[in-house]
Design a protein around this ligand. Sequence first.
Ligand SMILES: [Zn+2]
Length: 305
Amino acid sequence: MLTGKQLSTLLALLVGAGLYNNTVSAQPLPEHTAMIADGVYAYGPGNGYYSMFVVTGEGVIAIESVNTEHAKGLLQAIAQVTDQPVKYLLHSHNHWDHSSGGQVFKDAGAKTIAHAEALEWMKVNIGRDMVVPDEGWSGNRKDIRLGDTTIELHYLGMNHGLGMTVFRLPKQKIAYIADIVTPNRVLFTIVPDFNIKEWERSLEEVIELDFDIAVYSHSNLPNAPQGGTKQHVVENLQFIRDLRAAIYAEIKNGTHPMKVPDMVQLPKYKDWAMYDQWLAMNAWRVLLDGHMGPFPWRPSQANPE
Ligand SMILES: [Zn+2]
Protein backbone atom coordinates (compact mmCIF):
# COMPACT_ATOMS: atom_id res chain seq x y z
CA MET A 1 0.00 0.00 0.00
CA LEU A 2 1.16 3.51 -0.77
CA THR A 3 1.10 6.17 1.90
CA GLY A 4 -0.76 9.39 1.11
CA LYS A 5 2.54 11.14 0.48
CA GLN A 6 3.85 8.42 -1.83
CA LEU A 7 0.54 8.49 -3.68
CA SER A 8 0.67 12.24 -4.25
CA THR A 9 4.30 11.97 -5.42
CA LEU A 10 3.27 9.23 -7.84
CA LEU A 11 0.31 11.28 -9.07
CA ALA A 12 2.57 14.28 -9.58
CA LEU A 13 4.93 12.11 -11.65
CA LEU A 14 2.06 10.71 -13.71
CA VAL A 15 0.64 14.17 -14.27
CA GLY A 16 4.07 15.36 -15.31
CA ALA A 17 4.36 12.49 -17.74
CA GLY A 18 0.85 13.18 -19.05
CA LEU A 19 -0.33 9.74 -17.99
CA TYR A 20 -2.98 10.63 -15.46
CA ASN A 21 -6.13 10.92 -17.51
CA ASN A 22 -8.29 13.06 -15.26
CA THR A 23 -5.79 15.87 -15.19
CA VAL A 24 -4.84 15.92 -18.85
CA SER A 25 -8.42 16.22 -20.15
CA ALA A 26 -9.17 19.68 -21.53
CA GLN A 27 -11.40 20.73 -18.63
CA PRO A 28 -11.48 19.62 -15.02
CA LEU A 29 -14.25 17.15 -14.23
CA PRO A 30 -17.54 18.56 -12.93
CA GLU A 31 -18.23 18.38 -9.23
CA HIS A 32 -19.21 14.92 -7.93
CA THR A 33 -18.19 13.35 -11.21
CA ALA A 34 -15.59 10.65 -11.82
CA MET A 35 -14.29 9.42 -15.14
CA ILE A 36 -14.52 5.64 -15.33
CA ALA A 37 -13.21 5.28 -18.89
CA ASP A 38 -13.06 7.41 -21.99
CA GLY A 39 -16.56 8.90 -22.32
CA VAL A 40 -17.94 7.00 -19.32
CA TYR A 41 -18.63 8.85 -16.06
CA ALA A 42 -20.12 8.20 -12.64
CA TYR A 43 -22.03 10.93 -10.83
CA GLY A 44 -22.64 10.80 -7.08
CA PRO A 45 -23.41 14.01 -5.18
CA GLY A 46 -22.98 12.43 -1.74
CA ASN A 47 -26.63 11.44 -1.29
CA GLY A 48 -25.79 7.73 -1.31
CA TYR A 49 -26.72 7.25 -4.97
CA TYR A 50 -24.51 6.96 -8.04
CA SER A 51 -25.65 7.43 -11.62
CA MET A 52 -23.66 6.72 -14.76
CA PHE A 53 -23.53 8.46 -18.10
CA VAL A 54 -21.94 7.70 -21.44
CA VAL A 55 -20.96 10.26 -24.07
CA THR A 56 -21.27 8.46 -27.41
CA GLY A 57 -20.43 10.95 -30.14
CA GLU A 58 -24.11 11.24 -31.12
CA GLY A 59 -25.62 12.02 -27.77
CA VAL A 60 -25.53 10.97 -24.15
CA ILE A 61 -27.06 7.94 -22.44
CA ALA A 62 -27.70 8.46 -18.72
CA ILE A 63 -28.65 5.79 -16.19
CA GLU A 64 -30.64 6.43 -13.00
CA SER A 65 -32.37 9.76 -12.38
CA VAL A 66 -32.89 9.04 -8.60
CA ASN A 67 -34.90 12.21 -7.86
CA THR A 68 -35.36 15.73 -9.23
CA GLU A 69 -32.47 17.27 -7.30
CA HIS A 70 -30.09 14.46 -8.23
CA ALA A 71 -31.29 14.51 -11.85
CA LYS A 72 -30.67 18.26 -12.15
CA GLY A 73 -27.13 17.85 -10.81
CA LEU A 74 -26.55 14.92 -13.16
CA LEU A 75 -27.78 16.95 -16.13
CA GLN A 76 -25.50 19.84 -15.14
CA ALA A 77 -22.52 17.50 -14.86
CA ILE A 78 -23.28 16.11 -18.31
CA ALA A 79 -23.53 19.64 -19.76
CA GLN A 80 -20.09 20.46 -18.32
CA VAL A 81 -18.55 17.43 -20.03
CA THR A 82 -20.21 17.67 -23.45
CA ASP A 83 -22.45 19.82 -25.66
CA GLN A 84 -24.20 16.70 -26.93
CA PRO A 85 -27.88 16.27 -26.05
CA VAL A 86 -29.01 13.58 -23.64
CA LYS A 87 -30.88 11.07 -25.80
CA TYR A 88 -31.82 8.44 -23.23
CA LEU A 89 -32.42 8.18 -19.51
CA LEU A 90 -32.55 4.56 -18.44
CA HIS A 91 -34.16 3.43 -15.18
CA SER A 92 -32.70 0.41 -13.37
CA HIS A 93 -35.93 -0.69 -11.67
CA ASN A 94 -39.25 0.49 -10.29
CA HIS A 95 -38.48 1.73 -6.78
CA TRP A 96 -39.26 5.37 -6.03
CA ASP A 97 -35.85 6.05 -4.49
CA HIS A 98 -34.13 5.21 -7.80
CA SER A 99 -36.62 6.03 -10.55
CA SER A 100 -37.91 9.45 -9.52
CA GLY A 101 -36.81 12.69 -11.19
CA GLY A 102 -37.49 11.50 -14.75
CA GLN A 103 -39.23 14.75 -15.71
CA VAL A 104 -35.88 16.57 -15.62
CA PHE A 105 -34.64 14.35 -18.45
CA LYS A 106 -37.91 14.52 -20.39
CA ASP A 107 -37.67 18.31 -20.26
CA ALA A 108 -34.12 18.03 -21.61
CA GLY A 109 -35.47 16.09 -24.59
CA ALA A 110 -34.35 12.62 -23.50
CA LYS A 111 -36.45 9.50 -23.93
CA THR A 112 -36.95 7.78 -20.57
CA ILE A 113 -36.98 3.98 -20.63
CA ALA A 114 -37.66 1.22 -18.12
CA HIS A 115 -38.29 -2.52 -18.35
CA ALA A 116 -42.00 -3.25 -18.98
CA GLU A 117 -42.44 -4.73 -15.50
CA ALA A 118 -41.08 -1.61 -13.86
CA LEU A 119 -43.13 0.58 -16.20
CA GLU A 120 -46.36 -1.20 -15.29
CA TRP A 121 -45.67 -0.80 -11.57
CA MET A 122 -44.70 2.85 -12.01
CA LYS A 123 -47.99 3.58 -13.81
CA VAL A 124 -50.01 2.15 -10.95
CA ASN A 125 -47.79 3.33 -8.07
CA ILE A 126 -46.68 6.71 -9.26
CA GLY A 127 -44.39 8.39 -6.72
CA ARG A 128 -44.57 12.05 -5.72
CA ASP A 129 -41.42 12.90 -7.69
CA MET A 130 -41.93 10.33 -10.44
CA VAL A 131 -43.20 10.40 -14.00
CA VAL A 132 -44.16 7.38 -16.09
CA PRO A 133 -41.29 6.52 -18.46
CA ASP A 134 -41.81 7.18 -22.18
CA GLU A 135 -41.09 3.63 -23.20
CA GLY A 136 -40.95 0.09 -21.83
CA TRP A 137 -39.04 -2.90 -23.12
CA SER A 138 -39.84 -6.55 -22.48
CA GLY A 139 -38.00 -9.82 -22.50
CA ASN A 140 -34.52 -10.46 -21.17
CA ARG A 141 -32.34 -8.30 -23.37
CA LYS A 142 -32.35 -5.04 -25.26
CA ASP A 143 -29.44 -3.27 -26.91
CA ILE A 144 -29.39 0.45 -27.49
CA ARG A 145 -26.94 1.80 -30.07
CA LEU A 146 -26.00 5.44 -30.20
CA GLY A 147 -23.07 6.72 -32.23
CA ASP A 148 -20.19 4.33 -31.71
CA THR A 149 -21.60 2.97 -28.46
CA THR A 150 -23.73 -0.06 -27.65
CA ILE A 151 -25.28 -0.47 -24.24
CA GLU A 152 -26.82 -3.80 -23.30
CA LEU A 153 -29.85 -3.95 -21.01
CA HIS A 154 -30.09 -7.29 -19.20
CA TYR A 155 -33.21 -8.37 -17.36
CA LEU A 156 -32.26 -11.37 -15.24
CA GLY A 157 -35.68 -12.27 -13.85
CA MET A 158 -36.85 -11.88 -10.27
CA ASN A 159 -34.28 -10.61 -7.82
CA HIS A 160 -35.08 -7.15 -6.45
CA GLY A 161 -38.04 -4.93 -7.29
CA LEU A 162 -39.53 -5.17 -10.74
CA GLY A 163 -37.84 -5.01 -14.10
CA MET A 164 -34.38 -4.85 -12.54
CA THR A 165 -31.95 -4.12 -15.34
CA VAL A 166 -28.18 -4.67 -15.31
CA PHE A 167 -26.45 -2.49 -17.89
CA ARG A 168 -23.26 -3.39 -19.73
CA LEU A 169 -21.03 -1.49 -22.14
CA PRO A 170 -19.45 -4.37 -24.08
CA LYS A 171 -16.65 -2.35 -25.68
CA GLN A 172 -15.56 -0.69 -22.44
CA LYS A 173 -16.42 -3.75 -20.27
CA ILE A 174 -18.21 -1.55 -17.77
CA ALA A 175 -21.45 -2.44 -15.98
CA TYR A 176 -23.98 -0.43 -14.00
CA ILE A 177 -25.62 -2.38 -11.19
CA ALA A 178 -28.30 -1.03 -8.85
CA ASP A 179 -29.23 -2.45 -5.45
CA ILE A 180 -28.41 -6.13 -6.08
CA VAL A 181 -24.75 -5.48 -5.21
CA THR A 182 -23.48 -2.95 -2.67
CA PRO A 183 -19.73 -3.30 -2.09
CA ASN A 184 -18.50 -3.45 1.51
CA ARG A 185 -21.91 -3.27 3.16
CA VAL A 186 -24.18 -5.92 4.68
CA LEU A 187 -27.61 -6.39 3.07
CA PHE A 188 -29.97 -3.40 3.14
CA THR A 189 -31.92 -3.24 6.43
CA ILE A 190 -34.81 -5.77 6.31
CA VAL A 191 -33.78 -6.79 2.76
CA PRO A 192 -36.96 -5.30 1.27
CA ASP A 193 -38.43 -6.61 -1.98
CA PHE A 194 -35.65 -9.13 -2.59
CA ASN A 195 -36.42 -12.71 -3.58
CA ILE A 196 -33.29 -14.12 -2.02
CA LYS A 197 -32.95 -17.39 -3.96
CA GLU A 198 -33.60 -15.64 -7.27
CA TRP A 199 -31.20 -12.91 -6.21
CA GLU A 200 -28.46 -15.49 -5.69
CA ARG A 201 -29.19 -16.96 -9.11
CA SER A 202 -29.09 -13.49 -10.65
CA LEU A 203 -25.73 -12.72 -9.04
CA GLU A 204 -24.33 -15.93 -10.50
CA GLU A 205 -25.51 -14.68 -13.90
CA VAL A 206 -23.99 -11.24 -13.31
CA ILE A 207 -20.67 -12.95 -12.56
CA GLU A 208 -20.90 -14.59 -16.00
CA LEU A 209 -21.20 -11.20 -17.72
CA ASP A 210 -17.97 -9.87 -19.18
CA PHE A 211 -17.01 -6.66 -17.37
CA ASP A 212 -14.03 -5.30 -15.46
CA ILE A 213 -15.55 -2.30 -13.69
CA ALA A 214 -19.04 -1.79 -12.32
CA VAL A 215 -20.57 1.47 -11.20
CA TYR A 216 -22.74 0.47 -8.24
CA SER A 217 -25.77 2.59 -7.32
CA HIS A 218 -24.63 2.31 -3.70
CA SER A 219 -21.09 1.65 -2.58
CA ASN A 220 -19.03 1.80 0.57
CA LEU A 221 -15.69 1.45 -1.12
CA PRO A 222 -13.09 4.06 -0.13
CA ASN A 223 -12.85 5.01 -3.83
CA ALA A 224 -16.59 4.58 -4.45
CA PRO A 225 -16.89 7.17 -7.25
CA GLN A 226 -14.50 5.09 -9.35
CA GLY A 227 -16.82 2.07 -9.17
CA GLY A 228 -15.92 -1.43 -8.11
CA THR A 229 -15.11 -4.76 -9.70
CA LYS A 230 -16.72 -8.15 -10.25
CA GLN A 231 -15.11 -9.27 -7.00
CA HIS A 232 -17.74 -7.21 -5.19
CA VAL A 233 -20.50 -9.26 -6.81
CA VAL A 234 -18.75 -12.43 -5.65
CA GLU A 235 -18.43 -11.05 -2.11
CA ASN A 236 -22.09 -10.01 -1.88
CA LEU A 237 -23.20 -13.47 -3.01
CA GLN A 238 -20.85 -15.11 -0.51
CA PHE A 239 -22.22 -12.92 2.28
CA ILE A 240 -25.78 -14.16 1.66
CA ARG A 241 -24.55 -17.75 1.75
CA ASP A 242 -22.38 -17.24 4.82
CA LEU A 243 -25.30 -15.61 6.63
CA ARG A 244 -27.64 -18.48 5.79
CA ALA A 245 -25.00 -21.02 6.88
CA ALA A 246 -24.47 -19.16 10.18
CA ILE A 247 -28.23 -19.11 10.85
CA TYR A 248 -28.60 -22.85 10.34
CA ALA A 249 -25.43 -23.62 12.31
CA GLU A 250 -26.93 -21.69 15.23
CA ILE A 251 -30.23 -23.59 14.94
CA LYS A 252 -28.31 -26.85 14.78
CA ASN A 253 -26.56 -25.84 18.00
CA GLY A 254 -29.96 -25.84 19.68
CA THR A 255 -30.69 -22.10 19.67
CA HIS A 256 -34.40 -21.41 19.34
CA PRO A 257 -34.95 -20.11 15.76
CA MET A 258 -36.62 -16.92 17.03
CA LYS A 259 -33.50 -16.14 19.08
CA VAL A 260 -31.08 -16.83 16.23
CA PRO A 261 -31.13 -13.40 14.51
CA ASP A 262 -29.82 -11.71 17.65
CA MET A 263 -27.13 -14.36 18.13
CA VAL A 264 -25.69 -14.59 14.64
CA GLN A 265 -22.20 -13.19 14.12
CA LEU A 266 -20.14 -13.06 10.94
CA PRO A 267 -16.75 -11.72 12.07
CA LYS A 268 -15.39 -12.01 8.53
CA TYR A 269 -17.63 -9.05 7.61
CA LYS A 270 -17.29 -6.99 10.80
CA ASP A 271 -15.68 -4.09 8.91
CA TRP A 272 -18.49 -3.85 6.36
CA ALA A 273 -20.76 -0.84 6.70
CA MET A 274 -23.84 -1.30 8.90
CA TYR A 275 -22.61 -4.64 10.27
CA ASP A 276 -23.63 -3.80 13.85
CA GLN A 277 -26.84 -2.01 12.90
CA TRP A 278 -28.33 -4.29 10.23
CA LEU A 279 -26.93 -7.82 10.63
CA ALA A 280 -29.80 -8.98 12.87
CA MET A 281 -32.38 -7.54 10.44
CA ASN A 282 -30.62 -9.32 7.58
CA ALA A 283 -30.72 -12.54 9.59
CA TRP A 284 -34.46 -12.18 10.28
CA ARG A 285 -35.14 -11.83 6.60
CA VAL A 286 -33.04 -14.84 5.54
CA LEU A 287 -34.49 -16.90 8.41
CA LEU A 288 -38.09 -16.06 7.45
CA ASP A 289 -37.40 -16.85 3.81
CA GLY A 290 -36.23 -20.30 4.90
CA HIS A 291 -39.24 -20.63 7.22
CA MET A 292 -42.06 -19.40 4.97
CA GLY A 293 -40.66 -19.96 1.52
CA PRO A 294 -39.46 -17.36 -0.98
CA PHE A 295 -41.16 -13.99 -1.02
CA PRO A 296 -41.95 -11.85 -2.92
CA TRP A 297 -42.75 -14.14 -5.81
CA ARG A 298 -45.00 -13.92 -8.84
CA PRO A 299 -46.40 -16.31 -11.45
CA SER A 300 -44.32 -16.66 -14.59
CA GLN A 301 -47.05 -15.34 -16.91
CA ALA A 302 -46.19 -11.90 -15.56
CA ASN A 303 -43.16 -12.13 -17.82
CA PRO A 304 -44.02 -14.39 -20.77
CA GLU A 305 -40.94 -15.88 -22.43
ZN1 LIG B 1 -34.62 -0.91 -5.04
